[in-house]
Design a protein around this ligand. Structure first.
Ligand SMILES: [Zn+2]
Length: 185
């Protein structure tokens, strides 16, 4: 995949906004993936309770293979899908934050998790629009909206429009793409 041609679709309060991002050190200053010229991005941190600036994470295939299990690599780096009802975090109901298994970026709070019955962990919203990006995933007959981590661009899952209130969205995420961190409050 050519990173320079990645189309990111970001939601904003005024509607859908399509952005073509030129490379990873893009000059995008719109809402959503607020990149700076230094390659840092603004993301929300559950532990800090605020937005923080972090470096984007870029690794070679070989580095990712060293860091991840083969299943994690297949899902996160090759946009694979784990088998339904097999994920360790599917039934997790503890209070905490779900992070990217590849880079540790905070992605979802337990408050937004719901039982969709699909067999994959489901959330009605990301922890912040800045932390999870939407990318068009063109299949032969359908176009789906792929969810990727804003920090390392690993594949997380897909977003659909059949979720519960208050957003009506269903973020359908592979459990293998996530790591759970319990929070005290
Ligand atoms: Zn990540």
């Amino acid at each position: 995949m050519n990173r320079r041609q990645i189309l990111l679709m970001l939601t904003s309060q005024t509607g859908m906004l399509w952005l073509a991002v030129n490379g990873f050190a893009g000059q995008n200053k719109k809402n959503g993936a607020a990149m700076t010229t230094s390659g840092k991005i603004k993301v929300y941190s559950a532990e800090q309770g605020d937005f923080i600036l972090v470096d984007k994470v870029h690794r070679s295939k070989e580095e990712w293979k060293q860091l991840l299990t083969s299943e994690q690599y297949h899902v996160l780096r090759e946009a694979g899908t784990e088998r339904a009802f097999t994920g360790k975090l599917l039934k997790n109901k503890q209070h905490g934050v779900y992070r990217c298994a590849a880079c540790g970026n905070d992605l979802y709070l337990s408050d937004s998790k719901f039982d969709s019955g699909t067999g994959w962990p489901s959330y009605y919203e990301a922890i912040a629009d800045e932390n999870v990006l939407i990318r068009e995933d063109r299949g032969f007959f359908v176009t789906r909206n792929e969810l990727i981590c804003s920090r390392c661009e690993s594949h997380l899952g897909h977003v659909f429009d059949d979720g519960p209130p208050p957003t009506g969205k269903r973020h359908c995420i592979n459990s293998v793409s996530l790591k759970f961190k319990k929070l005290d409050q």
